[in-house]
Design a protein around this ligand. Structure first.
Ligand SMILES: Nc1ncnc2c1ncn2[C@@H]1O[C@H](COP(=O)(O)OP(=O)(O)O)[C@@H](O)[C@H]1O
Ligand SMILES: Cc1ncc(COP(=O)(O)O)c(N)n1
Ligand SMILES: [Mg+2]
Length: 542
């Protein structure tokens, strides 16, 4: 049966809602059709966490943290909003409570229909909301309940006052599979005891366990003078300490919400509790470390980056822009053998080439073992980033991932560019070696960013490599929808003639021996750079 109501709270005074009663929905859910649908949908089921929490306008904690965390951990997240807060990095400027009846309605909407695996609570701002939540949750079967007993924001502003404590003690905690108080919340739950050491955290966990939750995790983010960030888990029999290095950062707003929702996400995937806490702890540490330098807002408590992504666009040393075909102009490909012969490390060779004007670097390492290759890539990447030059890895997608290089160049017998794209994501650069028009078209439909075409001339770096000559290069360029870099036997003497074949998508030349099998890489790169810029300015003046 449908009915409409006007919500009583000032926040919603103008809003009318239309709803369907819970009982009619249960009846529908029991029909044969929906049973069949349920069976079908369970085959494609994604783990599902329901977050019951407050909205943080600043986006770092509360509902927003839970949504991002679940998203980052590959888990679906539905939401029941208990309060709307006006919050930023300075503090909490206002709190507007959602009426209890409307919290109840949201709960029923989600729980009656959406196959929730795990429920996670954050800000439950009043005893009424705590009671409504407990009453309704008992009507539905879920796999686990994670309770983050939020009482204050990190800024010290009150989000739920001590009047909720009775509801926690008597109703909520006995239902919880895990409760995750910080030091202040643990102290409040225990009537105000002082907690200042890890030993205190152990005894607090034990005492809170007496209220009935299956597990208690006392979080030590605010433990004074502790080098590590230590959390203590008690499962009713054993204690487990989780330690992470304490990240020096202002961006700790929302760590508690994030930890709890990550635990919920891992439980929803089916992990046992100990493993869920371990993963969540590691996730928070990684996210904090990753975003320790980002600056959002001017207050003392910044949010961090749940998606481990912002660093790239905020850090001044990172690439500031996406791939541009003009990056292909002077494409330097390192060769470990040659550099070794001339007594250079790969990072030194990279630095020298960039100083001479290389516009993109590819590391082609056929000799180094994997661990060494990753280290070489990381060291080279630091140099490339500080000059705004993209760094690609030849063949090795794993090395590109491990080093966070800007992309990969693959050959026809390496991993398909489409698979590489699925592994590296939309922002990385993917290049493919192509000798024929068909291969060039395939590279485009496989989502590559550019193609390397050759060998144009015979070369010592690839024995038995069929050359395609300038005519072959031109044919491939004309067919290609992607920008092209020419490769194979190209140096200062012939780069001009290659660039002058007269096709607009030929954007540059890739060079190995002409730069690295020489005594001074910077000098040779500079010479080649001036040949190429001469060609470009002649072409521009035509
Ligand atoms: N600077 C930090 N470095 C590493 N981990 C931290 C840091 N601050 C907090 N944590 C971790 O973040 C999680 C949330 O802890 P805490 O800040 O105590 O809770 P809350 O955010 O609820 O106040 C815990 O696992 C804690 O150990
Ligand atoms: C809406 C809302 N919920 C929870 C917190 C706690 O944040 P923290 O994780 O920093 O203690 C918050 N600041 N705002
Ligand atoms: Mg905190």
């Amino acid at each position: 049966m449908a009915f409409s109501c006007t919500l009583s709270h000032p926040l919603f005074s103008k809003i009318r809602c239309v709803s369907v009663s819970a009982s009619s929905r249960v009846a529908v859910a029991m029909s044969n059709d929906s049973v069949a649908m349920e069976e079908k949908s369970s085959k494609l089921k994604i783990p599902h966490v329901l977050s019951v929490a407050g909205s943080d306008s600043g986006g770092g904690a509360g509902i927003q943290a839970d949504l991002k965390t679940c998203g980052a951990r590959g888990v679906y997240c539905s939401t029941v909003i208990t309060a709307v807060t006006a919050q930023n990095t300075i503090g909490v400027q206002g709190v507007n409570l959602v009426p209890e009846e409307f919290v109840a309605e949201q709960l029923r909407s989600v729980l009656s229909d959406m196959q929730v695996d795990v429920v996670k609570t954050g800000m439950l701002p009043s005893i009424g909301v705590v009671k409504v939540f407990c009453r309704i949750l008992k009507e539905y079967k879920v796999q686990a309940l994670v309770v983050d007993p939020v009482m204050a924001s990190t800024s010290g502003d009150v989000l739920a006052n001590s009047s909720i404590l009775a509801g926690l003690w008597e109703e909520l905690l006995p239902m919880a599979d895990i409760v995750t108080p910080n030091l202040k919340e643990a102290s409040a739950l225990l009537g105000g005891v002082k907690l200042t050491t890890v030993a205190d955290m152990h005894s607090a966990a034990k005492s809170i366990h007496d209220f009935g939750p299956r597990h208690v995790l006392v979080k030590g983010g605010d433990l004074p003078a502790s080098l590590d960030a230590v959390d203590v888990l008690f499962d009713g029999i054993n204690f487990h300490e989780f330690r992470a290095s304490r990240i020096q950062t202002r961006n700790t707003h929302g760590t508690g919400c994030t930890l709890a929702s990550c635990i919920a996400a891992e439980l929803a995937k089916g992990s046992p509790m100990l493993q869920a806490v371990q993963v969540a702890k590691h996730y928070v540490e990684t996210a904090l470390n990753y975003s320790k330098d980002i600056t959002i807002g001017s207050g003392p408590q910044g949010p961090f980056d749940h998606l481990l992504k912002l660093k790239h666009s905020f850090s001044s040393s990172s690439r500031q822009r996406g791939f541009s075909p003009d990056d292909l102009l002077l494409y330097a490909v390192t060769d470990s053998g040659m550099n070794k012969r001339w007594g250079r490390s790969i990072p030194d060779a990279v630095k020298a080439a960039i100083e001479g004007g290389a516009t993109i670097i590819q590391l082609r390492e056929k000799e180094a073992d994997t661990r060494e290759f990753v280290e070489l890539a990381k060291a080279s990447l630091e140099i490339c980033r500080s000059h705004g030059v993209p760094l690609l890895i030849n063949d090795r997608v794993d090395v590109a991932l491990a080093s966070d290089a800007d992309g990969v160049h693959v050959g026809q017998s390496d991993m398909s560019p489409r698979v590489v794209r699925s592994l590296l994501g939309p922002d990385k650069i993917i290049g493919v070696s192509c000798k024929t028009p068909e291969q060039a078209l395939q590279a485009w439909s496989d989502t590559a960013d550019y193609i390397g075409s050759g060998g144009v001339f015979p070369t010592s770096t690839k024995a038995n490599n069929k050359t395609i000559g300038l005519d072959g290069l031109k044919t491939v360029c004309l067919a290609s929808k992607l920008p092209v870099v020419a490769i194979g036997g190209i140096g200062i003497g012939n780069a001009g003639s290659v660039m002058e074949i007269g096709v607009p998508n030929l954007k540059g030349v890739a060079v190995v021996s002409a730069l690295f099998d020489r005594e001074c890489v910077t000098t040779e790169t500079r010479k080649l750079h001036s040949v190429l810029t001469d060609v470009l300015s002649t072409q521009a003046s035509r």
